[in-house]
Write a new protein. Sequence first.
Lengths: 126, 360
Amino acid sequence: MDNPIIVDYLPIFMLLLVALFFALLLPALSLLLGPKRSPKNAAPHKYIAYESGMAAIGEAQRRLPVKFYRIAVLFILFDVDIILLVPWAVTFRNLGFYGLAVMGVFMFLFILGDVWVWKKGILEWE
Amino acid sequence: MAINTLSQLAVYSLVVGFIMTFVVITGFAYTTLLERKLLARLQHRVGPNRAGYIPIPTRGGKERKLLGGFMQPAADAVKLFFKEDMTPVMVDKWTYFLAPIITVIPAIFILAVIPWAGFVPYITPEGRDYFAIAPGINVGVLFILAITSISVYGVVLAGWSSNSKYAILGGIRASAQMISYELAMGLTVLVPVMLANSMDLGVIVEGQRGMWYLFLQPIAALVFWIAALAELQRAPFDLLEAEQELSAGFTVEYSSMRFGMFFLAEYMKMIIFCALFAVFFLGGYRGPFVDQVPALGFVYTALKVFLGLCVMIWIRASLPRFRYDQLMSFGWKVLLPISVVNFMIVAVMIVLVEEGVLGF
């Protein structure tokens, strides 16, 4: 019981075991209890992808619209900015006006980036 | 309760973790019933009332049915377990198998840092201030942000591995929506952190002794609530379950309990986000007489979670669904600027009060 990090974080690993137990128990139970039918005896269309009763045309894993990719990149950029704010939010009382000024510069750049993204039309969703 | 060795701690946290997870999973089952019953009442219906009732004979020979439907969750679970667990031929087998597991694990994992009650004698270890599975973690807010980000993976992988057009569209849409609203949530979560001057959830709760942060920061509370609804894919943001256009979104190729696991994760996260809202803005486990009788903390947490769930269901019954472009522009152009401005105002105000420029 000497190392405080082990004492503090051991419960997390125990919870991981609990989570793994439940997450593996549920599909295992449903595999065990459900009826087992061989695909060979099934109707021909039973195991193909569901498309409201139509026969599927082509692969589904095709190229996706680029706007989703742009949103993902923007998310990563802004999320890193927010992670930088987290330690500051805990210590800024001790830093006083100096901390406020430093974070003001950072927030100015943050908002500048936001405005640029907005004006560039990346957030438009046609 | 005194815990002296590491193995005692391991057993203790295993037992507490198991019990709390079991409680929340039971809570999930009854949240589905609450949702169906409450939605039915709001729409002038009766809701499920057949599975499990207490018959009370009356004089006329007809019997009255008491507590109609309270076994409905058990019936649903049994039905899900006994359905055929089929795997379509086109899927990516390993990812398809892993996706529900990856979805459930983060949902259980967030439970670690939530304070359920204050220091309760006999069940809280000595030296801890509050009852949680892992009360020692002093970066609870960061932990929550990290785990909610991980839970996007389950959705993406489920959609992609199903190799079905509905599933891919639903998964991609859902993940874009979740990451868009996570920014606003991450910024508003910092407001209680700044007010309490700590990332420890127990300290945030104790910081609300005088006044709930809901009254100090109503805008932050509102933004957090909306972002949580979007994060949970709840109405009015339930686009991935827009049945008219996507049938069932990323869950369309799943069957049996593997389908149920997505719902398990979703409803568990509903309970967890209601608990987090209570911790950040409604004073967590604090309430009248909680200093004299610490065990009341469990009751207050449960009460606040129940209220939150009722509000979520009420919102689902009242509001129509967003269109997808409205949803994205609302997240990026309304919620994000509001939370940035709110964050800066709070920071400036706190520094002004601390430096003695503004006196309260």
